[in-house]
Design a protein around this ligand. Structure first.
Ligand SMILES: Nc1ncnc2c1ncn2[C@@H]1O[C@H](COP(=O)(O)OP(=O)(O)O)[C@@H](O)[C@H]1O
Ligand SMILES: [Mg+2]
Length: 432
């Protein structure tokens, strides 16, 4: 029976994109990994993917077995159908999370994507090519240039220091010392490990070791990054910190990321979309909001019921038009009298193009009443505008501590509306 290679250390080639038994190349000057022109992200199209473990694995795909559940297939044939007819698309540049309980097939899926495990049937298309048909040379090129993996157990080489671990993939690729150290330094910097280049693995905490693993993967400048429960071995606090850092990093590098987790909280905080797996099948793919608010069945509903909807529902539902709007040339008295008429303690400034100028509270206006400045220069600095996809939960944290509403603007600073305490609490009350 085929064994999962949980310990890539036994197989360092795989860590760095070579097929098993691949030779370390001695060619120099392969400096094709250029930081200045990062590779563009690729999408992945998976169709009818099966992975069956056991002898005569194709039997599981025959009638009547192929339509049976995993446990029935196992009872009748002794075969383990780890992946059953799995189809999905990952868009270039998105963070696609695969989530499911232990044994649902997540690791098998991600290992098939990089061909560490040979699929039994189906196709995996990247850049127009089917990964399942690659010969060993194509596979080596694919792993050297397109795809990299970060493992749960970090997979660092104990006899190498941090810098050499981060540079290892490039070394295997044949890059000269100067080139690979330059890139490794830069990647270690990106993951917050500058100053640790000459440390050994045993001097590093788990979180730091995983940062090295991430730096090593990023050094290869892959267009696709696979991460199999990369933070599962870490303490909860570090784990949350790492996931926030990954989200920041991803906003910068915009790789296609396939991220495996069994933690729903982690899934909804980093995933653009989430695929939920059960017994080798994908049973729902959707945005965090869709997964939480429109579960396809009882299983997904139960799986997600511990998560507050306020994490995934955004503020666009509770945006309203402010009662007092001023423009750049309005003076104090006019704005104050408008506030008096409306019996309201704030006003929103907009220019003729609906561009957001600022929000002014009554107290600021009163304090500055003798100033000759026009009102639009008095914007209350503690009120920061947000985008409409801000979650209710985040909006609540912003609005606590002052009594002014939150202005909502689009990416071009065009004003959309305000979220008041009252409207926010009403929507939260209806969704918690
Ligand atoms: N080499 C193998 N031989 C037999 N069964 C395996 C092998 N690898 C995984 N499996 C089985 O396939 C199923 C999916 O495993 P896995 O992909 O590791 O799940 P997950 O990563 O979601 O925990 C499990 O039932 C597991 O026991
Ligand atoms: Mg797993």
């Amino acid at each position: 029976m085929q064994q999962l290679k949980d310990y890539p250390l036994e197989n360092p080639q795989i860590l760095c994109g070579l097929p098993e038994g691949g030779e370390i190349m001695t060619t120099v000057n392969d400096n094709s990994t250029h930081l200045s022109t990062p590779r563009t992200a690729s999408g992945i199209s998976v169709r009818s993917l099966w992975k069956v473990f056991g002898k005569n694995e194709h039997r599981a795909l025959e009638e009547p077995f192929r339509n049976m559940s995993r446990s029935e297939i196992q009872q009748k044939t002794g075969l383990v159908a780890a992946l059953r007819d799995v189809s999905f698309d990952v868009n270039p540049g998105e963070t696609f999370v695969v989530m499911g309980l232990s044994g649902s097939g997540k690791s098998t899926l991600v290992r098939c994507l990089i061909n560490l495990i040979e699929a039994t049937a189906g196709s995996i298309i990247v850049n127009g090519n089917d990964v399942t048909n690659f010969d060993s040379k194509q596979l080596r090129d694919f792993r050297r240039s397109e795809i990299a993996m970060v493992f749960q157990n970090f997979g660092l080489l104990p006899h190498k220091n941090v810098l050499d671990n981060a540079a290892y993939g490039l070394e295997i690729k044949g890059m000269d010392k100067e080139g690979r150290y330059h890139i490794a330094h830069e990647m270690l910097n990106k993951v917050g490990l500058n100053g640790w280049e000459h440390a050994n693995q045993r001097e590093l905490s788990g979180g730091m070791q995983q940062r090295v693993g991430l730096a090593r993967a990023l050094a290869m400048d892959p267009s696709i990054l696979l991460m199999d429960e990369p933070f599962s071995g870490l303490d909860p606090l570090i784990r949350r910190q790492m996931r926030d850092e990954l989200a920041d990093l991803q906003a910068e590098i915009q790789k296609t990321v396939v991220f495996i987790t069994h933690d729903l909280d982690e899934a909804i905080s980093i995933g653009d979309r989430i695929a939920i797996m059960r017994d080798g099948e994908i049973i729902q793919v959707g945005s965090p909001k869709e997964i939480i608010t429109e579960p396809v069945d009882e299983f997904v509903r139960e799986f997600t019921q511990g998560i507050s909807k306020t994490k995934v529902i955004d503020i666009s539902e509770c945006c309203s038009t402010p009662e007092v709007i001023f423009n750049a040339t309005d003076d104090h008295d006019l704005v104050r009298s408008k506030m008096d008429d409306a019996m309201i303690n704030y006003a929103v400034g907009l220019d003729s193009d609906n561009q957001y100028l600022g929000l002014v509270s009554r107290s600021t206006l009163e304090r500055e009443a003798s100033s000759s400045m026009i009102v639009s220069h008095l914007s209350d600095s503690n009120v920061t505008p947000v985008l409409p996809d801000t979650s209710l939960e985040h909006a609540l944290s912003l609005i606590t501590g002052h009594n002014l509403p939150i202005p909502v603007i689009d990416e071009n600073d065009k004003f959309i509306g305000v979220v008041t305490h009252k409207s926010l609490l009403e929507v939260i009350a209806g969704n918690s």
